[in-house]
Design a protein around this ligand. Structure first.
Ligand code: NAG
Ligand code: NAG
Ligand code: NAG
Ligand code: NAG
Ligand code: NAG
Length: 492
């Protein structure tokens, strides 16, 4: 026991030195979150080529999936690899399970040439909406993974961290200087922060100005962006003109208050969605993301933390299978659409005079045929079957672009229904049976898209759409299974 503690302490010192070297080596630059909760995924090699073409040299993965991990081998791209929350309990109670995880999901890939730099243990495990489910397992899982990394001789090269939502801290004064960890999780947070500090590991935080705006209709809009603000906050001698800095520095103040003022911070997720909400469109996303990149490119950091900001853009590509429980915007965080096409211009390195403002989209993407499923023009809009069919299509595919002031918000009733039908048909790889809708649907080769509303054609994944995305049960049976939608269907 005693010996073990001594060993831990000397590792702590070594880790601190290593982390100093590490922080110099890895300074600055923008990374990207590469999520895979989509029905039709681009091939991993295509995504990796996109990362290279855009000079993105760091990625964060939510899971150690073999496809992306193998594709990242020998690319020089640095990797933060995640462990999903549902694995925390098992890793917390079983040191051997943690060793197996490290062996299979870190050591093996490192041997294959994957530049793994971080293991992200859990993903926002203390999110208030999880109601404490992971409070007791996160730290032990973190400890066991760290011990396994040490045992594997990887602890200098690979740091552990826990990506946390910014809701783990708050400010009693409404200003950054009043920051402290949320009262109900203060003790577990301090244990985690101490553990990170002892092991030379960074604090990872996800910061979402968009959510500030989404949650609070009175939130001053320009304070969410970086282009000057009529609503700055004065905090002692410091002035905050954007909520990102204020939020980030509330964390810095929380760390300082508890004696960890030097703990390094990584912004694990930052970004802006392009659809599914009145404040989410390519223009606002461009304004936020370009503003953010310009803001951090000077190396000025935030008022309480001058220097480089390490950050990962959320997200690289759209994911059509993300839960829309947080909101319809949730499937639209990508800088690129699901097929790797650009949504707007963005200069990823604004400080570099040679850097282009054009993102490079995915190359050689294979699409399904140019065919769409629409509502028959002869259909009677009062037919009660229509509402049912539309709910069914939306529940099983994606209608998050149909809503007030979203990209397809201007469609008429016929257009709405066609959009839903098409989404379902495409998600099912253009299977003609999935355009029947009790005789209401028909396949057309004429693109029904409008100036703002794109009727998608899916990527050809060779019939390999992910299990669970295509409905195994027939239409009639699944009708009983459809979930309620946050869309109000208004028909003429
Ligand atoms: C490695 O990671 C994958 C993906 O998260 C997971 O399914 C698998 O169980 C992990 N392997 C071990 C041995 O823990
Ligand atoms: C933080 O780092 C500075 C300079 O390296 C040092 O003087 C200070 O004591 C450190 N503070 C803490 C809380 O570790
Ligand atoms: C920009 O490009 C020119 C010409 O290719 C090159 O000489 C210069 O070093 C580049 N500057 C930077 C900052 O990379
Ligand atoms: C459409 O359906 C409604 C209700 O079933 C019916 O009353 C109406 O006559 C139909 N209209 C046409 C043009 O068939
Ligand atoms: C569909 O179209 C109608 C206009 O006919 C509109 O009022 C409604 O909000 C649209 N959206 C949905 C999801 O039904």
């Amino acid at each position: 026991m005693e010996q073990r503690r001594r060993r831990r302490r000397s590792w702590g010192l070594l880790a601190a030195i290593a982390s100093l070297i590490w922080s110099v080596r890895c300074a600055g630059g923008i990374g990207a979150n590469w999520g895979t909760q989509a029905s039709h995924l681009l091939p991993p090699s295509t995504v990796v080529q996109m990362l290279k073409d855009n000079g993105i040299d760091k990625v964060k993965l939510f899971d150690a999936e073999a496809g992306p991990m193998n594709a990242l081998a020998k690319t020089g791209i640095q990797v933060m690899v995640g462990i999903p929350n549902d694995m925390l309990a098992g890793l917390a109670t079983d040191e051997k399970a943690a060793e197996r995880w490290v062996s299979k999901n870190a050591s093996k890939y490192i041997d294959d040439g994957v530049d793994v730099r971080f293991v992200a243990v859990g993903n926002e495990p203390f999110l208030a909406s999880y109601r404490g489910s992971f409070l007791r397992t996160t730290l032990p899982a973190l400890q066991n993974i760290q011990a396994a990394l040490i045992a594997a001789g990887l602890s200098n090269q690979v740091k552990v961290t826990v990506p946390l939502n910014a809701d783990v801290y708050e400010s009693s004064t409404g200003k950054p200087s009043g920051g402290d960890f949320r009262t109900d999780i203060r003790d577990p947070m301090l244990s985690i922060v101490k553990f990170l500090s002892d092991n030379g590991a960074p604090f990872t935080v996800n910061i979402y100005p968009f959510i500030s705006l989404y949650d609070d209709p009175n939130f001053p809009v320009d304070y969410a962006f970086f282009d000057g603000s009529s609503s700055s906050i004065v905090d002692g001698s410091l002035t905050y003109s954007n909520v990102f800095d204020a939020n980030h520095d509330t964390l810095v103040a929380s760390l300082r208050k508890n004696g960890f003022g030097n703990l390094s911070i990584i912004v694990g997720e930052v970004g802006w969605p392009t659809d599914g909400d009145i404040n989410a469109n390519p223009r606002t996303a461009q304004r936020f993301n370009q503003g953010f990149l310009r803001h951090i490119s000077g190396g000025n950091g935030t008022p309480l933390r001058p220097g480089n900001v390490e950050a990962y853009q959320f997200s690289l590509v759209d994911e059509d299978e993300k839960s829309i429980q947080p909101g319809n915007f949730e499937r639209h965080w990508g800088v690129f659409a699901f097929d790797g096409s650009r949504k707007y211009e963005l200069n990823l390195r604004p400080a570099d005079s040679n850097s282009s403002s054009s993102l490079v989209g995915a190359k050689n993407v294979k699409y399904l045929d140019r065919k769409w499923c629409v509502l028959k023009s002869s259909a009677n809009l009062s037919d009660s079957q229509i509402a049912q069919s539309m709910s069914y299509a939306c529940a099983n595919a994606d209608c998050t672009s149909l809503g007030y002031r979203t990209s397809c918000g201007d469609l008429d009733a016929q257009g709405n229904i066609s959009y839903a039908f098409n989404s379902y048909y495409q998600k099912n790889d253009q299977d003609w049976k999935e355009c029947e809708f009790s005789g209401l649907g028909t396949v057309t080769e004429k693109d029904p898209s409008t100036a703002t509303c794109k009727f998608e054609i899916m990527i050809d994944v060779g019939g390999a759409a992910r299990p669970g995305t295509t409905t195994a049960v027939g239409f009639g049976l699944s009708m009983f299974l459809y979930v309620a939608l946050p869309l109000t269907l208004t028909l003429a």
